[in-house]
Structures are given as structure tokens and as C-alpha cells.
Design a protein around this ligand. Sequence first.
Ligand SMILES: *[C@@H]1O[C@H](CO)[C@@H](O)[C@H](O)[C@H]1NC(C)=O
Ligand SMILES: *[C@@H]1O[C@H](CO)[C@@H](O)[C@H](O)[C@H]1NC(C)=O
Ligand SMILES: *[C@@H]1O[C@H](CO)[C@@H](O)[C@H](O)[C@H]1NC(C)=O
Ligand SMILES: *[C@@H]1O[C@H](CO)[C@@H](O)[C@H](O)[C@H]1NC(C)=O
Ligand SMILES: *[C@@H]1O[C@H](CO)[C@@H](O)[C@H](O)[C@H]1NC(C)=O
Ligand SMILES: *[C@@H]1O[C@H](CO)[C@@H](O)[C@H](O)[C@H]1NC(C)=O
Length: 640
Amino acid sequence: MDSQHGIRLLLLGYLSVMASTSPTFHIDYENNCFRKDGQVFRYVSGSIHYFRIPPEYWKDRLLKMYMAGLNAIQIYIPWNFHEATPGVYNFQGDRDLEQFLELAGQIGLLVILRPGPYICAEWDMGGLPAWLLQKRNIVLRSSDPDYLMAVDSWLDVLLPKMKPWLYQNGGNIISVQVENEYGSYFACDYNYLRHLKAKFESILGKEVVLFTTDGNSEKELRRGTLEGMYATVDFGPSSNVTKEFQAQRQIEPKGPLVNSEYYTGWLDYWGGNHSTGDTAMVAKCLQDMLTIGANVNMYMFEGGTNFGYWSGADYKKKFKPVTTSYDYDAPLSEAGDPTEKLYALRTVISQFKDIPQGPMPPPTIKEGYGYVPLLKNGALLEFLDVLSPFPPVVSVFPLTFEHLKQYFGFVLYRTRFPLDVLKPTPLMAPRNAVHDLGYVMVKGEYVGVLEREESLVIHVTGRIGDTLDILVENMGRLNFGADFNDFKGLVRNLSLGPIILEGWEIYSLDIDGPVRMGWIQSMIRDKPQKKQHSLVASTGPAFYTACFQLPGPNHDTFLKLPNWTKGQVWINGFNLGRYWPAKGPQKTLFVPATLLEASRPNNITLLELMEAPAKRWALFIDRPILNGTGTKRTVTIVLN
Ligand SMILES: *[C@@H]1O[C@H](CO)[C@@H](O)[C@H](O)[C@H]1NC(C)=O
Ligand SMILES: *[C@@H]1O[C@H](CO)[C@@H](O)[C@H](O)[C@H]1NC(C)=O
Ligand SMILES: *[C@@H]1O[C@H](CO)[C@@H](O)[C@H](O)[C@H]1NC(C)=O
Ligand SMILES: *[C@@H]1O[C@H](CO)[C@@H](O)[C@H](O)[C@H]1NC(C)=O
Ligand SMILES: *[C@@H]1O[C@H](CO)[C@@H](O)[C@H](O)[C@H]1NC(C)=O
Ligand SMILES: *[C@@H]1O[C@H](CO)[C@@H](O)[C@H](O)[C@H]1NC(C)=O
């Protein structure tokens, strides 16, 4: 235990001793409400995800939520963010959950905790660690003993940390959600819910208010609820809230009405349209819910960003990866700015409760720093020794990321032409063989991309022994639905004409490590002689970098990559996330000021996967563009 943590606990203990009567929070079934310290209590809450906001900005966002009139926040805890490797826990820095709870408490916000273990949240694998998939046929979110064993070890670490933060123990957590929308899952395994309930109660105590959240249909509520855990519902703006709450009333004839996820907006998918939630409708329905006395949590109040590789994916007729921005058209924007929607909601809330006096903290300063020219460092294949210092894993047939214990990012699959192929011949991936995108190179030359469900054939030529490389990108694991054991990599065999390809060398790539260490910048220094004339487009996975000095202080900014196609971008070694302007709708990435340095040169690193434009510019602008449309650019490759 670190000393800071010790002091917090001491302070909490001290406060509870000082209180004349100990704090209480419970459900009053007689009067259809919550009671806090004996008084009727109703929450007007908003969702915020600490894992989607730089820690330096946590306090700013929480204060804005408080000033909007909220008395509570609702947070998820993503298990995979804290236990990336089995048994290795991280609660430091951007993962310092207790620091976040502490800040909320200082500001005067209560907390509704949603520790999963499954959370959905449009987060990789719904917050479950991908290492669970090492048991190939594991049944997630069920009484599968291997799943339960991992869940228990995690909860044995997490819940004791949360216990002192419970309201009745002097902290600010008033209630705890168990699982998440379990009624939408196929398993309907009550023993699993019973197991979780017992586990939560054994660690947190019997007096903790446990609840479940489900869609407001009879079927979902029947499958997702369990006696002894208060059943709540979720729904978006509606013209008849009485009707919307009917399903909850059937399961909970008495007790407070609760909408645990009232949708203020919606998420975006790559290649889809930008989602919005109409302000007037969102405000009107909030008013209706508050009028009938309901408790409401707005999802999201501040959405934030899926930095790095954390965004998830849905399956709705097809695989739909979630964008890097999680702006959600929420009352506070991705960059934490109060929007018109925030003020409209605050006006509604002010009709029902006091709003704190004083001004809303202003938006952070945004600055457009302009154009920065990027230089090509070289193709990814040239750096294999740096990105994959160990010998490749050799296998007759392809192995998955999970098998290699590399859960995120990129893996390179290399084999050789088994015979001379002089006429263009189909390199074929059956449906769902490539999870999720495969960038194909023959003798180091980029020939095209295989997509999970779309481009499944590329015609290639080559001679026996020529290398065939497929760089496979994980675009985020499914976070919702029945079959979400979403293995990554080449998950089925590929064939060349009639021949199944064999004899793979599989390279696990660690790109983030070297980029964080400034590897690519040091390389530019070493090779200044390599003068570049970027007059033509360049195709295939390659690195591009630039070093740039800010003209003044570091401010929040938005990175636009005009005419670039798709890839991953880092600022000063921090993985900002995926960019894909060729698909849209997201055209800019949020760059928090906290990543930039005013007094030193800053570094930007791009791994462009498909095609770099002739003019290799990055552009920093002062506002986000999240509603762009894709460009239909095709890469034509002539093989000789
Ligand atoms: C709202 O729904 C309830 C329950 O279905 C119904 O009784 C009521 O008439 C509806 N109200 C309006 C204004 O449509
Ligand atoms: C996006 O919106 C346009 C215009 O409303 C529509 O034609 C198109 O089908 C939408 N695209 C998707 C992917 O939903
Ligand atoms: C590839 O094909 C071989 C031979 O038919 C088979 O044994 C193997 O399971 C296949 N691998 C995958 C990942 O489908
Ligand atoms: C950017 O890279 C240069 C060259 O390696 C280095 O001197 C500088 O410290 C880096 N800047 C930051 C903010 O990391
Ligand atoms: C992007 O491409 C368009 C069309 O070719 C061109 O007009 C524009 O100048 C390019 N933008 C940049 C920044 O290179
Ligand atoms: C995108 O949003 C901006 C700002 O709200 C708006 O001005 C613009 O018209 C929108 N563009 C499209 C293509 O919808």
C-alpha cells in the first residue's frame, strides 16, 4: 500500500468516527425513493469514464459536472485496463481510480459504481481482459469455472479497495451495479448472477445497495435481474416516460424509478454517420423523468477519447469498429467543453434542485498550430528487428494474437510462395479469416488490404520462395453481443489458388515501446543524409515523423491528417489512437495540451498503413471535425 493511500484511508476512518451517526444509504420501498442519512434522496447523475480522459483534466471535468447541477457521477471500471497481464494490477497514473474517487468527493459528487466485471462501454471486449481467451472455448459472462476463477481473483483485488469508499463507510459511493445489461446476453445464467451477488456482498457488506441495469423490455429484465439486486432500466429520449418505466415497475413494483443510462447522444463507427442527440428532446425527456420523481443518470455526460487501442467494436449485420473519439455528442464535449446541451440540461435541473452558485468553468483554450511537414522514415518491414527483437514464432498454420499473448496492435505473418505464380492468382481469405485488417506485401511491395468481411481476394504473382507478408491489425474486440470471443490475427487459413498456405513465421510487434523511447526520432538523427522528395504517394505500412516546436504555450488542439488514409498516431510517444479519414466520420483527433511541451520540440509519429499522400502534412486546428464523410479512394497497384 502506498503512503498516500494510507492517509486517505486514515482520513476516511477519522471522518466516520467524527460523524455523530454513521452515514446510511438505502432503498425506501414504502415511499418509492432512495434515502440518504434518513432523508429522501434523488440523484441527477452523469457518466464519465476516467479511462477516457487525461488525469490532469479529471478535476476540470468533474467540477463542470458539479456546476451543471449534478449530485452524482456514474463510472465504469474496465478490468482489462487494470489487469493487462493475469495477476499484475495497475492503479497508478491514468489508472488511479481512487484518486478519481477522491477528486469527485472533494468536489461534492456522489458515485454510482459499475465495476462489471463486464461493462460493454464500447471498450475493447467490453472491459474483459483478452487473456481470458487463452482458454479457447471459455464461456464469458457465465458460470464457466475458468471465467469465474479469473473474475474472483480480480474482484478480490478491486472490491476491498472500493469498500472504504462506500457511503456507509465514510466515502462517496452510494450504489454498485453488478454486471451490465446481462439481459441482452444469450447465456441467462442466474447462477453466474448469484455468484457475483454473493461475492460483492461478502466483500462490500450486506448493506451495500446492489443493482442491475437492463434495456426496458420484459425479456431483457427477466433475463438480467435477480432477487436481491435492485432492477433499473436504461432508455434514451422518449415522449412517454411513464410507458418507458413500465417494465421496471413490473419487476420492481415498489422502490425508486431509475434510468441508469439516459442517452444524451450516441457513439460513432468508422464508415458510419456521426451520431447526435437532439438537445431539445434530451432536455424535454429529462424534465419529464424528473417530474415523475425518477432518478436519472445521463450516459454520457462527458464521453472522452478511446486513446491507444482501447476502442471496441459492435456486430450489427457486420463488424463495426468504434471510432477513436467517444465524444458521444454529450453535454461536455470530447475536449471537456460545456456545450449548448449542457446549459439546456442545467436549466431543466434547476427547476428541481439548487444549482451551485458561481460561473461554469470556461472551455480550455484551443489552438490551431497549423501545418507540420512529415518525413518518411521507412517501411515497417525495414524495422522488423527493432519492433520484434525476438525470433518469430514458427508454425505450419497461422496462430492468433491471443495464442502469442499479444493482445493489441499489430502482428506480422510471413510465409513464402510455395511455387511460381506467374499469372495473377487469388490470395484468398475466407470470411472471418482476417481479424480485422490484413495489409498484404509481396517481396516487400504493398499489394492491398484484406478486410474481415469485405475484400477477401487479392490477385498476386511471385516466384517460389518470394516473401508474402501480411501485417494484421486488431481494430478492437467486440464489446457486445452473444459471440464475443473475438480472436485476432489470421484466425483461419489463407490459400493461394488451390493451395493452403503453410510455414508461417509470426512476428509479435511492439511498436509502442520503441516509439515511447524515442527510437524513431533518434533514427532521423542518425540518418540525416537521407534527403527526401515526397512528390509521389507512397503505399503500404510505413513510418512518418516530424519534430515541431510550439510557437508559445501548449494548448489543447486537434490533429487533422489531410489526405492520409488510415493508421495509428503517437504524440511524444503517447498513443493517440487510430485515424481513418478515408472512412470518416471522424476527421480530427483530440490532442490534449498535457501531451505537448512548450519548451522542447514535440514529436509526432505516424504509422500509415495504406497510402500516404504526396504532400505529407499534419495539420493542427482549433476545433474538432467529427462529422466528415469518407473519401472513396482506391489504391491501384501494378505488379511487375
Ligand atoms: C403514456 O403511456 C402510458 C402507459 O402506456 C399511457 O397510459 C398514457 O396514456 C401515455 N401517455 C400519453 C400522453 O400518451
Ligand atoms: C448516412 O446518412 C446518409 C444521408 O442521410 C445516408 O444516405 C447514408 O445511408 C448514411 N450512411 C450510413 C452508413 O448509415
Ligand atoms: C488450417 O488447415 C489445417 C489443415 O486442413 C487444419 O488442420 C488447421 O486447423 C487449419 N487452421 C485454421 C486456423 O483454421
Ligand atoms: C522529441 O524527440 C527529440 C529527438 O529525439 C527529443 O530531443 C525530444 O526530447 C523529444 N520531445 C519530447 C517532448 O519527447
Ligand atoms: C488533399 O487532396 C486534395 C485533392 O487532391 C488537394 O486539393 C489538397 O490540396 C490536399 N491537401 C493537402 C493538405 O495536401
Ligand atoms: C458538421 O458540423 C459542423 C458544426 O456543427 C457543421 O457546421 C457542419 O455543417 C457539419 N457538416 C456536415 C457535413 O454535416
